[in-house]
Design a protein around this ligand. Structure first.
Ligand SMILES: Nc1nc2c(ncn2[C@@H]2O[C@H](COP(=O)(O)OP(=O)(O)OP(=O)(O)O)[C@@H](O)[C@H]2O)c(=O)[nH]1
Ligand SMILES: [Mg+2]
Length: 278
């Protein structure tokens, strides 16, 4: 599947991020806990290489806990700081704050040595569309300060906010462009609702999800969708689910579009099993 995804505003976003990064001590890169490696962008990490980077595996509530632990281990093996977080409930926020303080410690000590006054750590949050940047900021700040939305690309504008005595953050959109290099990564980005819905074909993404379910959670197919025979092909499975759900068009034909939409929605909302993709 070819994903048609590099809108002009992403080029502008990259320039903006380059400018903003100069102003901060720490770059907090939000990734989706279900596919953190596919969300990573080497270009962004290069731009941020002179700063401390803290990776957040957000939406951990939707991810497989075992996979999240394994991903965190892999980041740490690389010598990176990575913390899992659920920005809706705030789970993980304590560890995030500790990691931020930790990342700033050296710099803070260097400032003191130079006889300069202590100042808050300055940080900026960056992430691909719809990854939860606004929700994460609201969660850290402890009140609502930016618009959040279920569609990619909601936030515009820029401001600084004091999070705690010792942390200040920039509320730029910090919109990172996903760097999609291979087909499966594109399918993951589409399934995670990171690329806008005009950029992909829901049918292909739903078939991909079915492949993942067969491999990782066949019981979702047998129990939730009541499919007896999962030895079928993906397209037959899709039709079987459609029939079970009674998704019919006026003439009695199967409404596969509706079934695809339902499958994607249910995965995104965490109504299927907690399934990670990387
Ligand atoms: N389950 C779950 N949902 C989350 C979490 N964080 C954010 N969301 C949801 O993800 C969707 C996108 O969140 P936003 O905070 O608007 O994401 P954003 O990165 O600011 O999006 P843009 O500004 O549009 O790029 C919303 O429906 C949030 O409720 C999380 O940790 N867990
Ligand atoms: Mg936002």
């Amino acid at each position: 599947m070819s994903i048609n995804w590099y809108p002009g505003h992403m080029v502008k976003a990259k320039k903006e991020i380059e400018e903003s990064i100069k102003l901060v001590d720490i770059v907090v890169i939000l990734l989706d806990a279900r596919a953190p490696f596919s969300c990573r962008n080497p270009e962004l990490e290069k731009i941020a290489r002179k700063k401390k980077i803290v990776f957040i595996l957000n939406k951990m509530d939707l991810a497989s806990p075992a996979a999240t632990r394994e991903y965190i281990r892999r980041f740490r093996q690389e010598g990176k700081t990575a913390v899992a977080m659920d920005s809706l409930s705030g789970k993980g926020s304590r560890e995030v704050l500790l990691s931020v303080r930790d990342a700033f410690r050296e710099e803070a000590e260097a400032l003191l040595k130079k006889g300069r006054r202590k100042r808050p750590a300055r940080l900026m949050v960056v992430g691909v569309p719809n990854i939860g940047k606004s929700t994460f900021l609201n969660c850290l700040v402890g009140r609502k300060m930016t618009r959040t939305g279920a569609k990619p690309g909601v936030t515009r504008g820029k401001q600084w906010v004091r999070v705690r005595e010792d942390i200040e953050l920039m509320d730029t959109p910090g919109l990172m462009w996903p760097k999609i290099e291979e087909e499966e990564q594109g399918l993951k980005m589409a399934l995670l609702n990171i690329v806008g819905e005009n950029a992909y074909d829901e049918y292909e993404v739903a078939l991909y999800l079915l492949r993942v379910l067969i491999r990782q959670s066949p019981e979702t197919l047998t129990e939730k969708y009541r499919i007896q025979d999962i030895e079928k092909s993906n397209t037959e499975l899709l039709e079987a689910i459609s029939r079970k759900r009674g998704h019919l068009l006026k003439g009695g034909e199967l409404d596969l579009d509706k079934t695809c939409k339902m499958l994607l929605q249910e995965y995104r909302k965490g109504k299927l099993a907690k399934i990670s993709l990387d």
